[in-house]
Write a protein that binds this ligand. Structure first.
Ligand SMILES: Nc1nc2c(ncn2[C@@H]2O[C@H](COP(=O)(O)OP(=O)(O)O)[C@@H](O)[C@H]2O)c(=O)[nH]1
Ligand SMILES: [Mg+2]
Length: 704
């Protein structure tokens, strides 16, 4: 099959909050276009796009799924994205490779957290946006309330092009304000029935039609263009642009075709956001959505590449890596420029390695057909690349170009992960690395200080799904625990200490003797060893051994077993024995001298302080601040904007280990936070006391 021309492609990411019917709508569109001949159901695990076992079990999309269909002679590529915040990385990646976003909103719940997040991202990326208010058959669904909410939140550029006929279980069809017609489409009926506007609704339709017309153009002639002999054209001012119009010269009512065409170009430019409605599970409203995607979403030919690449004839960007049960690893990509054929060899910009393309695939959920080539702007997939992964750029030339950034949010929930079976450590690490190649918002690192293997994700659920996948796909079982806090110890006073190591056991003995002075280093960081020996009371050759002994003692401080930092040690005096002295003896002497001095140096525990950035609905600010306060947080500032307040605070890491769940329950899932390491601070004495006692107890137990 030859490549599809860029002008005939529409790339659309279906985004929205979890449970708003994205997957069901994709299913309905595929069915409506004849790409599938049965309408699958999410609860039965029979949809095309929720094909993964984890998805079916949780009845929730976890990863991007690519599907395609043909409508009005155009190829529409649909990416069904997860709405759950845990997997928002995939929605973000999808938005980066499309020209349009189809935003689903529940007719009951209205605008939700993830609606807003995806909306803002789509806006940043300058995408055309089409809104589908779904689930209007459900109890308490109210299209008009949701419409007002949309207009209040995202502006009056959100205009209804559809209205429901009836409501809740009495919903019987859809009114098309644009074409002034109505239709009903019982489940499974692909044609639906198109008809007249019911008389009792004519007033309402008129009201929304006026709103639509007012949005399409203010019907105000701002300029008369008289370029053509014998022909007069008028320019009509629209939202954010001008629209050439000659109907107005005739002072006529705009024809539906004229309105449609004005609407279409405003949608394409991202200036108007048509609001449609329906019932995805009954395939009601789907035809109109498909029509509008074809007409309103710009083609790749019109919009150009979302990622600029210079110096290559063909380039593809991998936005998703999936593990396929049959084909192994599949990389899903967008062709940025040129055509990609199945015999191509491409260079990976990140690794500089060569990749032989081999099997190209056209995806329909988990089903794939092989393809010979993909043209510019198209979305496709490739199996069996060596080491390509999400975020990679492959070019036909080994060029130095900057890798595009998908700007994923930083994962904030960390857990220490340990295999249930001893000896599985390596397997856990490799399997997790695999998962994080598929989903870069899942991260893996070893804490150099505590030695723990840490896995971080967006939420607890995110990490738990990863654990399920470890078991199911890689056969490893693990335990998750809150990570250890990397405490440090330091000193606050200058002090002196003496260490002497002497052993007389028959033949050759041991002798080392050292005097040290400890001084705090400002900022509580680093370690310095200063040799102040005069006159060779300790021979040159043994002094590094003293240093070594001290550094070994610093690995586990005497206070609570944490590493010691921020200490300058002066080696000031000592003595030696010509026969019995050795490096080993001076190492021990150094460590004894350090320990004695350390006790006198007013040691203290240090804890990591995080810079925390929380965004919550205004009405929850009081309880969120109170909670941060009870976590020993210090408020740094607050910025309210559009119903949400951003709170900045400095909070000890030890108090933030379970913050995700607390924030979710305080804000009903509408809160969001991220944090990063800021600095080490002294642990307040009442908190330190407990930690010191615990460490003593552990030490005792270890001895037994
Ligand atoms: N009553 C009703 N249920 C729907 C509709 N659309 C989806 N659902 C159901 O709502 C749930 C969530 O739908 P799903 O498509 O998985 O939402 P997603 O999370 O946005 O992909 C599933 O149980 C669907 O069967 C609708 O229009 N009406
Ligand atoms: Mg879904």
């Amino acid at each position: 099959m030859p490549a599809v021309q860029p002008g005939k492609i529409r790339n659309v990411a279906v985004v929205g909050h979890r449970g708003t019917g994205k997957t069901s709508l994709v299913e309905a569109m595929l069915f409506q276009a004849g790409a599938t001949n049965r309408l699958g159901v999410v609860e039965q695990g029979s949809t095309i796009s929720d094909w993964d076992e984890d998805e079916q079990q949780r009845q929730m999309s976890i990863a991007d799924t690519l599907c395609h269909l043909e409508w009005q002679g155009r190829k529409i590529n649909l990416i069904d994205t997860p709405g759950e915040p845990s997997f928002q990385g995939d929605a973000i990646a999808a938005l980066h490779v499309v020209e349009g976003a189809l935003v689903t909103v529940s007719g009951v719940m209205g605008v939700e957290v993830q609606t807003t997040r995806n909306w803002n991202r789509a806006e940043q990326l300058g995408l055309a946006r089409v809104i589908f208010v779904n689930m209007l058959d459900r109890e308490r669904a109210d299209f008009f309330r949701v419409l007002e909410q949309l207009r209040a939140q995202f502006g009056n550029q959100c205009v209804a092009v559809h209205l429901p006929i009836g409501a809740e279980h009495e919903l019987s069809g859809i009114l098309d304000v644009l074409h002034m017609s109505s239709y009903t489409s019982p489940a499974g009926d692909r044609e639906g029935k198109s008809g007249e506007i019911p008389a009792e609704l004519s007033e309402q339709v008129e009201q929304y039609r006026t709103q639509l017309l007012d949005s399409v153009g203010r019907r105000q002639i701002v300029e008369v263009v008289d370029n053509f002999p014998g022909e007069c054209r008028y320019v009509l001012e629209t939202l954010g642009g001008v629209y050439h119009y000659d109907a107005l010269a005739r002072e006529q009512e705009l024809s539906p075709e004229e309105v449609a065409s004005a609407l279409k170009s405003a949608v394409t430019r991202g200036e108007l956001f048509p609001v449609m409605c329906g019932v995805a599970t009954k395939n009601l409203g789907t035809t109109a959505v498909l029509d509008l995607l074809v007409e309103g979403v710009p083609s790749p030919a019109k919009k150009g590449s979302p990622i600029e690449v210079e110096g290559a004839n063909s380039a593809v960007f991998i936005f998703k890596t999936v593990a396929d049960p049959f084909a192994g690893r599949i990389n899903v990509f967008r062709v940025l420029t040129g055509t990609i054929t199945s015999d191509a060899t491409l260079a990976n910009v990140r690794t500089h390695g060569k990749e032989r393309v081999g099997a190209l695939l056209m995806l329909q959920g988990k089903e794939h057909e092989s393809a010979d080539e993909f043209g510019e702007g198209d979305l496709g997939a490739v199996a069996k690349l060596k080491d390509a992964m999400t975020g990679d750029l492959l070019l036909d030339a080994d060029q130095q170009v900057e890798l595009p950034s998908l700007d994923f949010p930083e994962p904030v929930m960390s857990f220490a992960i340990t295999p249930k079976a001893k000896g599985d450590e390596e397997k856990v690490a490799t399997s997790l690395r695999r998962l994080s190649e598929e989903d870069p918002t899942l991260q893996l690192r070893r804490d150099p200080q505590t030695g723990e293997q840490l896995v971080s994700g967006m939420t607890q659920m995110h990490v738990e799904v990863a654990v399920d996948r470890l078991r199911r796909r890689f056969g490893v079982e693990v335990d998750l625990n809150p990570p250890q806090v990397p405490y440090l110890e330091t000193i606050r006073k200058e002090s002196r200490g003496h260490g002497r190591y002497k052993k007389q056991t028959g033949g050759r003995g041991q002798f080392g003797d050292a005097y040290v002075v400890l001084e705090p280093i400002e900022g509580h960081t680093g370690y310095e060893f200063v040799d102040k020996i005069v006159g060779g009371v300790i021979p040159q050759g043994f002094r590094p051994a003293v240093d070594k002994g001290i550094q070994e003692a610093m690995v586990q401080g005497e206070l609570a077993g944490a590493p010691v930092q921020g200490v300058r040690v002066l080696l000031v005096d000592g003595s030696y024995h010509t026969v019995d002295s050795s490096e080993m003896a001076f190492k021990v002497a150094g460590s004894l001298a350090f320990k004695q001095a350390y006790e006198q140096a007013d040691p203290v525990l240090l804890e990591p302080i995080m810079e925390v950035d929380v965004t919550v609905p205004d009405e929850t600010v009081g309880s969120v601040n109170g909670d941060l306060n009870s976590r020993r947080g210090r408020l740094q500032g607050m910025e309210p904007s559009a119903g949400m307040t951003r709170i900045k605070a400095e909070v000890p890491m030890a108090e933030m280990l379970t913050y995700g769940q607390a924030l979710t329950s305080m804000t009903g899932g509408r809160g969001d936070y991220h944090m990063q390491f800021l600095r080490y601070d002294e642990v307040p004495s009442h908190v330190a006391q407990k930690l010191i006692e615990e460490s003593k107890k552990e030490k005792e137990e270890a001895k037994v």
